[in-house]
Design a protein around this ligand. Structure first.
Ligand SMILES: *Cc1c(COP(=O)(O)O)cnc(C)c1O
Length: 501
């Protein structure tokens, strides 16, 4: 199977090259040349398989330059019982008769990014060997919170890799800062930057392209790489859990073979919902893909009008991982909807960077057949956390609540509440303890924050604090370096030569 760029369909590279390179030189994203069909018989056969077996089967279909054993080795190293304690890495909780919360937060950082970032480093090191680079990977990441921690955990002590994470000094939550600065592992470093997230991201992009940095890193036997959410190696693992969820629902009698489900996804960069779309394209019986946004509702408008327009106010919400105005992975959907029209996609993307908008309304009918979109603001999000808790005694986080509330709007507006629905749950509620506490108590604990909020929430609801959060309070801080944005390159060189403190 070959991969092409969304901005140049004549490119033909292997999966290993797509994963090692991350982004195409023309600015496009890599997409597989075709999507293999998974028959209903194959879906039924997977019902009895473990998550690891399901994942190996689905991913092998796309990684044709990897042997089946290599894929299995990556999968079974990533989704271990130790890293994902419990009955499955992606279990379902059934709420009511036909709604299932797909819990993707049982990994080491309690957020769904673990599902991809636990396996990406394994794919990446194998890919680098396959393209015989003979080099180790130096991953640079700019983070506004969750990705940095998940990437650190994923790459931690993976042979042949090194990772350095930069975060904006005042741009991440106290809990997120703690998660990163206490990170263990011998091949990694964390550094704060005086500036905001944009400064940090621009700094990282600049280092990737600075000839002197590239040369110095090369001389240390490494090459730069990225763990960015647009890497095919991050998207592919996300297709698996939709198949897996369907198999689990079918196995429990919630759907008969071939009957459709709806899927509601809390969306930011459009990666998670795109993976659901790909699963549908491969034959998974899915009726509607429900795209849930917070007040940054650029996607809601796009799904209604076919016009993407990022020229609008940016809101900082209580679901920060969805505070995004440019959803990069939408480019892959556009490539698909236009039957691979790379010139059209390129011109839209040029429009997006020049004027902040583009018009794809010609494809609106197809978009509407596939997707249904809506958004909810912070007040509705909190109301939903409270509603779900009071009705089902189930605690969900702010991002999950956005998906749940939007699913409610879908069911009310369309009347389609009989079709079983998968609501994608992307973070453990204890990652956002003060907002969740505030929500379930209807504002009575608004001033309580940090570990105090964790304690109160756990006592009040009788729900357990996940170990990765509980242990943070007593973990020693390892990384305290703060640099100016102009000094980021120098810090990277120190790290590459082993002198970063
Ligand atoms: C990243 C993230 C999302 C958004 O996922 P996308 O793939 O970017 O659309 C939603 N919820 C949480 C908790 C996240 O970390």
């Amino acid at each position: 199977m070959y991969y092409r760029s969304t901005r140049n369909r004549n490119i033909e590279i292997s999966a290993a090259q797509a994963i090692a390179r991350g982004l195409s030189g023309d600015g496009g994203l890599f997409v597989p040349e075709r999507f293999p069909r998974v028959s209903l018989d194959a879906v039924s056969a997977m019902e009895k398989a473990s998550y690891v077996q399901r994942a190996a089967y689905i991913m092998s279909l796309f990684l044709t330059d990897f042997s089946h054993d290599e894929v299995k080795e990556c999968v079974s190293g990533a989704y271990t019982q130790k890293k994902f304690p419990g009955k499955s890495p992606a279990p379902l909780s059934r709420l009511g008769s036909s709604v299932y919360f797909l819990e993707l937060w049982h990994g080491p950082t309690c957020a769904f990014k673990d599902m991809a970032l636990q396996i990406l480093p394994r794919f990446l090191t194998k890919s680098l060997k396959k393209i015989s680079s003979g080099r180790e990977a130096l991953i640079l990441t700019a983070t506004s919170g969750d990705t940095g921690k998940a990437a650190l955990e994923g790459f931690r002590d993976v042979p042949g890799t090194h990772i350095m994470v930069f975060y904006p000094c005042d741009g991440v939550s106290e809990m997120q800062k703690r998660q990163m600065c206490t990170q263990e592992g011998g091949n990694l470093a964390v550094c704060a930057v005086k500036g905001n997230f944009d400064d940090t991201q621009t700094g990282v992009k600049h280092i990737f392209n600075a000839p002197e940095a590239v040369k110095a890193v090369y001389e240390n036997g490494m090459m730069f790489s990225s763990a960015n959410s647009i890497n095919w190696g991050r998207l592919l693992p996300q297709i698996v859990y939709y198949f897996s969820a369907y198999c689990d629902i079918a196995a429990s009698g919630g759907v008969k073979a071939g009957e459709p489900v709806n899927i509601a996804v809390p969306t930011g960069n459009f990666g998670d919902i795109l993976a659901a779309y790909y699963a549908k394209k491969m034959g998974l019986p899915v009726k509607k893909l429900i795209c849930a946004s917070n007040s940054n509702n650029v996607l809601t408008d796009f799904l209604k009008t076919g016009i993407y327009d990022r020229n609008r106010q940016f809101y900082e919400t209580i679901s920060p991982s969805m505070d995004i105005l440019v959803s990069s992975n939408l480019e892959r959907l556009l490539f698909d909807l236009t039957d691979g029209d790379d010139r059209k996609v390129s011109s839209w993307m040029r429009g997006l960077s020049r004027t902040g908008s583009y018009d794809a309304s010609k494809y609106l009918d197809r978009v509407k057949e596939l997707f249904w979109g809506a958004y909810c603001d912070d007040a509705e999000t909190k109301q939903e956390i409270r509603r779900v808790y009071e009705k089902y005694h189930y605690l969900c986080d702010t991002h999950t609540a956005v998906a749940s509330a939007v699913y409610g709007k879908y069911a009310a507006e369309t009347g389609d509440s009989a079709t079983p629905a998968i609501v994608v749950s992307t973070a453990n509620p204890y990652k956002f303890p003060s907002d969740v506490l505030d929500a379930v108590t209807g504002g009575r604990h608004a001033a309580v924050s940090g570990f105090e909020a964790v304690r109160v929430l756990s006592e009040m609801t009788g729900t357990p604090v996940p170990e990765p959060i509980a242990e943070l309070e007593d973990k020693p801080v390892r990384f305290g370096t703060v640099c100016a944005k102009e000094e980021m390159g120098a810090e990277v060189l120190k790290f590459a030569s082993g002198t970063f403190e």
